[in-house]
Design a protein around this ligand. Structure first.
Ligand code: FES
Length: 91
């Protein structure tokens, strides 16, 4: 019997997908993405939630669109700083 067992690596199951399509870029989604990455770096939250840039989520308009997984909650951020609230609630 092998005394060394593989220890499963703890990976995050939570994902925050940030749309970087043209409609959301008009709502500063690039800034949302930047703030999310900075927040993660500052809070050492690399394991808590993955921040992923994605193409158009086909929910354009009304704000920068972000989708939380696995709940698949869709949010429209009118101000990039609203991303902090989303991350605080989900990290
Ligand atoms: S450009 Fe973001 S949902 Fe379409």
């Amino acid at each position: 019997m092998n005394k060394f067992r593989a220890i499963p690596r703890k990976t995050s199951t939570k994902k925050l997908k940030v749309c970087t399509g043209p409609g959301c870029r008009a709502w500063e989604s690039k800034k949302v993405l930047d703030l999310c990455w900075r927040f993660k770096k500052r809070t050492n939250g690399a394991e808590a939630v993955q921040v992923i840039p994605v193409r158009c989520l086909n929910k354009c308009g009304g704000g920068a669109v972000v989708r939380l997984s696995p709940s698949e909650t869709l949010l429209k951020l009118r101000e990039p700083e609203e991303a902090f609230g989303v991350l605080n609630q989900n990290c």
